[in-house]
Design a protein around this ligand. Structure first.
Ligand SMILES: O=C(O)CCC(=O)C(=O)O
Length: 281
């Protein structure tokens, strides 16, 4: 077999495009996405990428280990039967049903309410402080890791579901949106080039994945929207949307941009679980 067979397989224009972009240090995942849009099969595109890197004496890109939901569409996790409803490849996202029972949803809401909800905040990129922001208008409360048996059981289930250690999870956050409230498009990863990110990256490293569990579903509006790919997840009560914040090569995935769409009727309550690269205290 010709050592550059994959690189040459789609003609000289593609070969030159790939070599040119590799020379410009473009992100491997972005190149693969463009190649797939151009009709390449993913395996052939990966092979062409590695052949191009070898030709240019660049180190081969390595995929990283990320939290992952297995290929089966019917998952059995710690006694819970969880159903896969849909999967998205770019960004990698999975919509699932029956992660929590309706009793667990109600118990979690009652726990959050008993603690009291406050205006939700965001991390300021410059100072690293938590600040209020007009783009996030929900109210919320943070639960302590394993603060009771219900919380510990849910964290363990999410860790097992995504094959990622429970030690790497942040505490659950419960959010409530009433009509007009929303969380405008944002990334969950910390921007490594921002001054304020370093403090947050020191404890546990990057946020590698997010799971948003729907505890109560709004009558209208309130889905989790991925505007870059035109997809809105609307799981039923107890269902969730899981997504990776990093691409398969470990770069911050700009396609993971997401939003809590405005609720237009009823109340939405979700519980967010963020997973880190390393153990999180
Ligand atoms: O409310 C949602 O659907 C999304 C929540 C979210 O984006 C977050 O908590 O980071």
């Amino acid at each position: 077999m010709n050592a550059l067979e994959a690189l040459e397989s789609h003609g000289p224009a593609w070969r030159d495009w790939l070599l040119d972009n590799l020379t410009k240090q473009c992100r491997p995942h972005d190149l693969l996405v463009d190649m797939m849009k151009g009709g390449w099969l993913v395996q052939q595109a990966e092979l062409a990428l590695s052949q191009g890197q070898a030709l240019l004496n660049q180190p081969a890109s390595r995929t990283i280990l990320r939290p992952t939901i297995g290929p089966s569409n019917q998952l059995h996790v710690n006694g819970q039967d969880i159903r896969v409803m849909s999967r998205l490849t770019n960004p990698q996202a999975v919509v699932i049903a029956e992660v929590l029972s309706s009793e667990e949803c109600e118990e979690l809401i009652a726990l959050a309410m008993s603690k009291g909800l406050n205006a939700s905040d965001v991390v300021d990129n410059d100072s690293g402080e938590r600040v209020l922001h007009q783009g996030r208008t929900s109210t919320s409360t943070n639960l302590t890791k394993a603060e009771n048996t219900l919380v510990a059981r849910i964290e363990q289930r999410l860790a097992d579901l995504t094959a990622w250690p429970v030690s790497h999870g942040e505490g659950l956050q419960v959010l409530r949106y009433t009509p007009g409230q929303e969380y405008r498009p944002h990334f969950d990863w910390f921007d490594p080039s921002a001054k304020g990110a370093s403090l947050h990256l020191q404890n546990g490293g990057q946020r590698v994945a997010t799971t948003v569990i729907y505890l109560r579903v709004a009558e209208e509006g309130g889905g989790t929207l991925f505007p870059e790919v035109g997809f809105e997840a609307c799981p039923p009560q107890g269902g969730a949307v899981f997504f990776n914040n990093l691409d398969p090569y470990g770069a911050e995935d700009r396609l993971s941009l997401h939003a809590g769409s405005p609720v237009t009727r009823g109340t939405k309550v979700v519980c967010t679980y963020w997973q880190r690269e390393r153990p999180f205290q």
